[in-house]
Write a new protein. Structure first.
Length: 423
């Protein structure tokens, strides 16, 4: 757990310069120099050597973002907070709240066999054909409606809902809920960000095919696969397309706050942000920072057992996407990423972030769709509905001889964990 020490300067001062942000401590000298150059008000409120809290003039945020990009290759690289208290609130310890086990092989393999790279590529093409998905633009708002309609088309049974969540900007977050049967109060979140960004703001050309139409299309294919199989989880599953990630994780922070207010028990969160650019030798890279080591170990089991993909570990080095909002709230979160961060897609946040950079296909993202669907089913438990491929209630316990189930369990291993770590 991190504790930030309040600087004497803040205790003595009264007025705020503008907005409270948290930023990597290594970037503080660059931020200070930029603010001095621009004659912008800025105060270092706290710095624990790892993370710093700055109070900075609103008008300086765009310049700071540019500096972070030029000097640190971070595209923003800071988190925006509504209040000083929030910026200072220490990162919560992650309590492991669930036992991770692999015992729903029949349901997982049945759903995974229906996931399709061509459909996934089609969704990336449709999203990236929009002029941009900027959180303040009309096109960004339209993207929310478009996605809600697409997800609604999968919601063929009563109880499954799709909602638009308003955070005060034109773009809305989109939430698809598959209610749990017996443990509905335990919630699993699979998310990605709907917004895109490039120079030019609301009138920019920001296709964001990889960042993050790929993640949203991956979620979309997972939703289609789960619902087409009439999957009925024991725990509640929510698929969330966050608005406004690119401008300080705003959408996910607002969603997390809503969940905290409602005292919702979120037992796990998976973030899919950039899934379709294979920049490295291994397929799936698990980010070790701002994530749960225990849940990451569960993902490793899922990758090995179900996806046929290879994996490695890497780090962002800062709160690079919406998983950090969940981690901050104490929820075990993971961020499986498309490449080593050093070998990332260099075209993100420009008009060149198109599916052409991924050979006009989505075989890489399909691996993440398989991982996400396996995560949803093995954490959500439950069963596929009657009439679906190999589907009957409790098929894992009835359709397969118990000896095979036992063998499968032995092979897959059953992870029971009691402690947590922040990477
Ligand atoms: N998809 C990126 C995050 C990313 C980029 C992760 C490259 C790993 C490698 C995300 O949309 C993004 O741009 N995040 C911002 C930070 C955010 C807090 C504004 C960034 O990376 O600077
Ligand atoms: Zn981005």
């Amino acid at each position: 757990m991190r504790t930030l020490i309040l600087a004497a300067s803040l205790l003595a001062s009264t007025a705020s310069a503008g907005t409270f942000i948290t930023i990597g401590a290594d970037a503080v000298p660059a931020a200070t120099a930029a603010a001095e150059r621009d004659h912008a008000a800025m105060k270092i409120v706290a710095n624990d050597g790892d993370v710093a809290v700055l109070d900075i003039d609103d008008n300086e945020l765009a310049n700071l973002s540019e500096q972070m990009h030029a000097q640190f290759h971070r595209c923003g690289g800071f988190m925006i907070h509504d209040s000083l208290a929030e910026a200072l609130s220490p990162i919560q310890p992650l309590a492991t709240r669930v036992e991770y086990s692999l015992d729903h092989a029949a349901a997982v393999t049945s759903v995974l066999s229906t996931l399709d790279a061509e459909r996934l590529a089609g969704t990336i093409r449709e999203l990236s054909a929009m002029p941009n998905r900027y959180y303040k633009s009309a096109a960004g708002a339209e993207a929310s409606n478009w996605l809600a309609e697409r997800w609604r088309s999968f919601a063929t049974r009563p109880g499954v809902t799709v909602q638009l969540v308003d955070h005060g900007y034109p773009q809305k977050s989109v939430v698809l809920t598959i209610p749990g049967t017996t443990r509905a109060d335990e919630v699993i979140v699979l998310g990605g960000h709907l917004d895109s960004i490039a120079m030019g703001g609301i009138s920019s050309n920001a296709p964001g095919a990889d960042d993050d139409a790929s993640g949203i299309a991956t979620l979309t294919e997972i939703a289609r696969g789960l619902l087409a199989a009439d999957y009925r989880p024991e725990r509640t599953i929510k698929l969330i397309a966050y608005e406004a990630e690119e401008v300080g994780l705003r959408g996910s922070q607002a969603i997390v706050k809503d969940f905290q207010r409602a005292q919702t028990n979120v037992v796990g969160a998976l973030q899919l942000d950039m899934t379709n650019f294979k920049g490295s030798d291994k397929d799936i890279w698990l980010m070790k920072d701002f994530t749960s080591a225990d849940q990451n170990a569960f993902l490793v089991k899922l990758i090995d057992t179900y996806t046929g993909a290879t994996y490695g570990f890497d780090a962002c080095g800062y709160a690079c996407s919406d998983h950090a909002s969940w981690t901050k709230a104490g929820v075990p979160a993971s961020m499986p990423f498309e490449s080593r961060s050093k070998q990332m897609n260099k075209h993100i946040h420009t008009g060149r972030d198109t599916i052409a950079q991924s050979n006009n296909e989505a075989s890489h993202a399909l691996k993440f769709a398989k991982l996400g669907a396996a995560y949803a089913i093995e954490l959500g438990k439950g069963s596929l509905g009657k009439g679906s491929l190999g589907g009957d209630r409790d098929q894992d316990h009835h359709d397969i001889p118990w000896q095979l189930v036992a063998l499968g369990l032995l092979a897959a291993g059953s992870i029971a964990v009691s402690r947590r770590t922040i990477g």
